[in-house]
Design a binder for this molecule. Structure first.
Ligand code: FE
Length: 167
């Protein structure tokens, strides 16, 4: 068994995030298509643009470390994305499906918030100040996205409740 250094762990965490973000690049367009609420749809489109920046920041960090981005698949993100797609597919377009999309998107955001929080801490410990600043910028954006989702959920969940009551 290899003895992993903290730097190895840091790189592994970054590769998990790189895999997670690139999976989201593929998943977010579908989430936007599946959303019926205009604000939610726009939110997914905005977050897609942000996610491209998140990927670029990670690429910048790997380039500075002279390390490849590839080498890891985030199985956790695969599970979150797959489960979200299944749930959305089980519902016809409307507020209940929108509520399912928000539930899934918030799971994703909380995963990213946890992972970026760890990555920022490790970067600081390792004296990687520039990387820490980049990772922290993404962490802040993930937090803002989560807050926006909570806000949209207030409206969408209410609509889902009303629709369900009519059935
Ligand atoms: Fe992200």
């Amino acid at each position: 068994m290899r003895n992993f250094s903290l730097r190895d762990l840091y790189l592994s965490q970054l590769r998990d995030l790189y895999s997670a973000e690139t999976q989201l690049l593929a998943a977010l367009p579908n989430m936007a298509v599946n959303a019926r609420d205009a604000q939610l749809k726009q939110g997914f489109e905005d977050h897609l643009a942000q996610t491209r920046e998140h990927v670029q920041r990670l690429e910048q960090i790997f380039a500075a470390l002279n390390e490849p981005t590839a080498g890891k698949v985030s199985k956790a993100m695969q599970g979150l994305v797959q489960q979200g797609a299944e749930e959305a597919g089980e519902n016809k377009a409307g507020p209940v499906r929108d509520a399912a999309l928000i539930a899934s998107a918030q799971r994703v955001e909380h995963y990213e918030i946890a992972a970026y929080g760890t990555a920022v801490s490790l970067a600081r410990l390792l004296g990687e100040d520039q990387a820490a600043a980049l990772l922290d910028a993404t962490l802040q954006e993930e937090g803002q996205t989560d807050e926006k989702l909570t806000q949209v959920a207030g409206k969408v969940n209410q609509a889902a409740l009303q629709e369900t009551a009519q059935n």
